[in-house]
Design a protein. Structure first.
Lengths: 112, 113
């Protein structure tokens, strides 16, 4: 059974600080995704990581994937209030899209 | 494109009632999925489909049925609602050759009393 664990589950940051969210998964998989969810809203895709060593960056967020360690990180640089949201990582089972296993999410609060 | 649409946005059911949550996408995606999200938790897969006429169970399928007669539509049926099915339901679609990330609908908030 594929398990996906995120930590921390809750993160309170000061603006302009850096931090990293970790996502560990239990079995081999070819695809890892990061999603963002604002309170009361749906999920939107942030990053798709398809191979070992993949690194993607968008603004103050950077995601990386180490398939050998079964670990992905989401690094936040110089946080701003607009980044406050819940971030989920998800892993596809058996490389089949649409069958993702999600972590429990990391709720990020950025305080001035 | 409208993307992924879901109806209704909110629904209250009594225990034992049945209903269908509607989901449609206009992106010609082959894969569609239903998830439920309970407070403080991630999403759990209920059922998914890899194309018209093909469906399979996910992690928590009990109490739910699906069918997929067209590429666009993927309705989720609750057979006999129970309070444990109180949740937010998300439909999603994806296209494997483009990387596989899922596009989510706005969700249906269901309360079973």
């Amino acid at each position: 059974e594929l398990k996906v664990e995120q930590n921390p589950l809750f993160l309170s940051m000061q603006e302009e600080k850096n931090y990293t969210i970790y996502c560990n998964y239990s079995t081999t998989s070819d695809r890892l995704y990061w999603y963002r969810q604002d309170p009361g809203k749906s999920l939107e895709s942030l990053f798709v990581l398809l191979s070992n060593g993949a690194v993607k960056q968008e603004g103050r967020l950077m995601a990386s994937l180490d398939t050998k360690a079964r670990l992905s990180t989401l690094h936040i640089t110089a946080a701003v209030h607009d980044l406050s949201a819940t971030y989920f990582c998800a892993v596809d089972r058996n490389t089949n899209a649409g069958k993702s296993t999600f972590g429990d999410g990391t709720t990020l609060t950025v305080k001035p | 494109n409208a993307g992924v649409t879901q109806t209704p946005k909110f629904q209250v059911l009594k225990t034992g009632q049945s209903m269908t949550l509607q989901c449609a996408q206009d992106m010609n995606h082959e894969y569609m999925s239903w998830y439920r999200q309970d407070p403080g938790m991630g999403l759990r897969l209920i059922h998914y489909s890899v194309g018209a006429g093909i469906t399979d169970q996910g992690e928590v399928p009990n109490g739910y049925n699906v069918s997929r007669s067209t590429t666009e539509d993927f309705p989720l049926r609750l057979l006999s609602a129970a309070p444990s099915q109180t949740s937010v339901y998300f439909c999603a679609s994806s296209y494997s050759l483009a990387g596989g990330e899922q596009y989510f609908g706005p969700g249906t908030r269901l309360t079973v009393t």
